[in-house]
Design a protein around this ligand. Sequence first.
Ligand SMILES: [Zn+2]
Length: 265
Amino acid sequence: MAWWSYSDSQDSKDDLQREIARRKKKGEAFVPVEAPKGSKLAVKFWGQSWQHHLESYADYESRLPRGRSYLRKGNVYNLSIDKGVVTAQVAGQSLYDVSIKISPMKPALWQNIQKQCAGQIGSLLDLLGGKVGDGVLRVITDREQGLFPAPKEIKTICTCPDWADLCKHAAAVLYAIGLKFDAEPELFFKLRGVNYEELVSQAADAVAQGPAGGDAVIIANEDISSMFGIDMGDALSPEAEATLKSVVPKVRKAAKKSARKRPAG
Ligand SMILES: [Zn+2]
């Protein structure tokens, strides 16, 4: 081990802390992405599906593990997810800016998914909570025709000097995205540039039409969170809750209408 190794890394750590302090002083926020202590990262449906999907590609296999440890050390800050783009800052030898661009979902593909899921997703809460049947699961997780982007649709940019396609900083951000989806699953759809209500309104339409022998979705209880065992305060963002409030009555109304139409007995 060369004599300068230690002091080099110590210097860069000091530089890093100085850089963070300098930016904080300028009023920049540094909000770390908190990673859970256990062996798993994402634990809920959308976060886990995102993670499993990425891990299933050989392109990423060698680079993803280092991203995990970076995330666990609390090195990812200021994660922001928007339509087609994710940005974050990652502390490594220095402070790097990472942006990940994801191609928007092709309208024909999205329409096809809607068609295949029509009438099968009971509620928005089912969708966001990942409570979907096997048929829907197969549709949304299909590698070619599903909701998740393939590596060729994912472009990572990092300000670090690593020339690899996927540096460890970008890999850490890819994992951080999964954690964010655990907390706010609606962000997955925002990232893909699609309106998740369209998957459920198709279901509401199907209910309103009263398919023969189909089970109408009747949400009888105001207390939706207890119904699904989900703490909405924790699980959903204010935006998603507002959406739920607007959509649930529609589904209920459609279900009631359908129930009235059906012959007694
Ligand atoms: Zn990098």
